[in-house]
Design a protein around this ligand. Structure first.
Ligand SMILES: Nc1ncnc2c1ncn2[C@@H]1O[C@H](COP(=O)(O)OP(=O)(O)OP(=O)(O)O)[C@@H](O)[C@H]1O
Length: 344
């Protein structure tokens, strides 16, 4: 058996489950509900994209999944791990099973460590390999992430690598301890457009090869489509739409999901989606006249945390019900939406 197979052959079984996760930040000035009863799962070997604009709660959720932050209410489990109850002594062990890939590869790497040292360290710390074993394994992992020829890259430091190579190194470090789950927080947004697809493809290949699951955090629904199986759309900490990625993008129902689809030009593969309007037609929605977030508050009173729909202040479909109560997530197994005026 090759070393590479030894590293990655273990069968992954851990399901990530978030149940009714709420996170409230309180300080003197104000109280922010960053996440509101968020529920979803990431099955082993699957890629779930968490999509939303800035401030929607994506990073808070990533911090909760990785155990850095505790939810105010609700539970998070990864297989046997009750993540929301981890003590700091358990966190170190848990980190072997959940690894992060950050937006900025440069700041997440130690500038003094070489490529080889960066990958060797988690192999020694988490898998308890000796130096010789770890170096051999690290070279295999460099091949896997295509930091090749390995003898040319092994002794380089982060500043001697391109942005794409640095992100490959971060990915190499993340997969080294053979994790169950990778949380990739905007892993390509700081990279040159020309290499973004390569990095996403690499993550996709690795999950197929290793069986790990991926929580892919992005503001870009189209990049989510390029590799995710499922999508969870967050708006101000609320899940507004969720389901199979093709289904959600092709038949986006929530006005916010449609806004996200319209806001970003599609540099990714596959055809442009159509949006279904209330009357069943398939014309693209027109959100050009809708004010940006927080520019208006409907009747001067509606904002996240109030009793109505969190999106009502920006929504062209807003009706009386939307101001009275939050809609719950309803639909089928493959597609659910939270809207008083739209159904799946
Ligand atoms: N430590 C904190 N204290 C107070 N408020 C916080 C804290 N962390 C996050 N928030 C608030 O919680 C909300 C969600 O923030 P979060 O960073 O999770 O969103 P995001 O979707 O990741 O945004 P971005 O893409 O800009 O990082 C925001 O309103 C933010 O101001």
């Amino acid at each position: 058996m090759k070393l590479d197979e030894q590293t990655f052959s273990s069968h992954k079984t851990a399901m990530l489950t978030l149940k009714e996760v709420t996170k409230v930040f309180k300080n003197r000035a104000r109280t922010t509900v960053a996440l509101h009863r968020v529920t979803f799962t990431v099955a082993p070997g699957r890629i779930v994209a968490l999509v939303g604009e800035s401030g929607s709660g994506k990073t808070t959720l990533a911090r909760i999944v990785t155990g850095i932050e505790k939810p105010t209410e609700g539970s998070v489990t990864l297989g046997e791990w009750q993540v929301d109850r981890l003590r700091s002594s358990q966190l170190r062990v848990y980190r072997r099973y959940v690894q992060m890939v950050f937006q900025d590869p440069f700041s997440s790497l130690n500038p003094h460590n070489t490529v080889l040292q960066t990958i060797v360290r988690p192999l020694m710390n988490h898998l308890h390999l000796n130096v010789k074993q770890a170096r051999l394994q690290a070279l295999e992992i460099m091949n896997t992430v295509r930091l090749t020829p390995t003898d040319q890259f092994a002794h380089k430091k982060p500043h001697q690598l391109s942005g794409g190579q640095r992100q490959r190194l971060v990915i190499a470090r993340a997969i080294a301890p053979n994790p169950e789950l990778i949380v990739a927080d905007e892993p390509v947004s700081m990279l040159d457009v020309s290499i973004r697809a390569d990095i996403l493809e690499l993550i996709d290949q690795l999950r197929k090869r290793t069986g790990m699951s991926v929580l892919y955090i992005t503001h870009d629904l189209y990049s989510a489509r390029a590799m995710a199986d499922e999508v969870v759309v967050l708006y101000k900490g609320h899940v507004v739409e969720r389901g199979n990625i093709e289904e959600v993008i092709s038949h986006a129902q929530h006005p916010y999901t449609q806004l996200l689809l319209q806001a970003i030009p599609n540099p990714w593969k596959k055809r442009q989606p159509t949006a279904h309007r209330v009357d069943g037609s398939e014309s693209a929605p027109h959100f050009a006249e809708i004010p940006a977030k927080d520019e208006i508050t409907l009747y001067g009173r509606l904002h996240a945390g109030d009793k109505g729909c969190p999106f009502a202040a920006r929504c062209e479909l807003v009706s009386g019900e939307c101001l009275q109560a939050k809609p719950s997530l309803k639909g089928t197994e493959v597609h659910q939406v939270s809207c008083w005026n739209r159904q799946v």
